[in-house]
Design a protein around this ligand. Structure first.
Ligand code: CDP
Length: 212
């Protein structure tokens, strides 16, 4: 079984993806980490983010086994991740790894921006997780606080708006729901209710399939 989960920053897609992977005994890949790793490689090496050739090289030589997830999650990397993620050849260089991961038995949950549209268009279930801008902002702010990262309200808001604008309007694999994705609006849902809603959708899809 392959479950594709897409949505904007701070929608809760990562938490839902981890939960579903546990419930269904599947592998989980947070695909944002791949773009974050390319962004971090650029920042570390001091090359400007618009040096497309260097960004592509960083993507091609990426080794996901060596990822330090905590370091990649830092707010300082998010902007760089979204800039390099708009480069079509960077995305292309990361496709094979994601598809190979999705094909690992017994299946996988992948979360990102283009899983249902580009990486796994034949996924068994596709979720598009969203929430109101106010809720997205509040969640990201709390998340940074909980991790002990100094967070300035205006900067957090500006980052979310800028990234979602860039992610939604880029020409390569923009953030959008696949036509056959199930929308999961978590604006009024706490995390447990969001988990239940996600499982309900998956069970409904599976029940529909076994009736056929
Ligand atoms: O956790 P958050 O949603 O803030 O970020 P993320 O999922 O780690 O993604 C960071 C950036 O990577 C996003 O702003 C996107 O530009 C990019 N990304 C992408 O383009 N495609 C994906 N499948 C995953 C992330």
């Amino acid at each position: 079984m392959i479950i594709a989960i897409d949505g904007p920053a701070a929608s809760g897609k990562g938490t839902i993806a981890r939960y579903l992977a546990q419930v269904y005994g599947l592998h989980h890949l947070d695909t944002g980490l791949l773009y974050r790793a390319v962004g971090k490689a650029m920042l570390d090496s001091g090359y400007p983010l618009d040096d497309t050739a260097r960004a592509i090289e960083a993507a091609v030589t990426l080794d996901p086994k060596k990822f330090d997830d905590n370091a990649l999650k830092l707010q300082a990397i998010t902007e760089a991740a979204s800039v390099v993620a708009a480069i079509p050849q960077v995305r292309q260089a990361l496709v094979d790894y994601q598809r190979e991961f999705a094909g690992r038995p017994p299946g996988a949950v992948l979360d990102g921006r283009d899983i249902g549209t580009v990486i796994a268009p034949d996924a068994d279930v596709k979720l598009f997780v969203l929430a109101s801008p106010e809720v997205l902002f509040a969640r990201r702010f709390m998340e940074l606080r909980a991790r002990g990262e100094p967070a300035d309200e205006r900067e957090v808001l500006a980052d979310l708006l800028r990234r979602d604008e860039r992610d939604s309007h880029r020409s390569a694999a923009p953030l959008k729901a696949a036509p056959d994705a199930h929308l999961l609006d978590t604006t009024h849902l706490g995390i447990d209710a969001a988990f239940r809603a996600a499982v309900d959708i998956i069970e409904a899809v599976r029940a529909g399939r076994s009736r056929r």
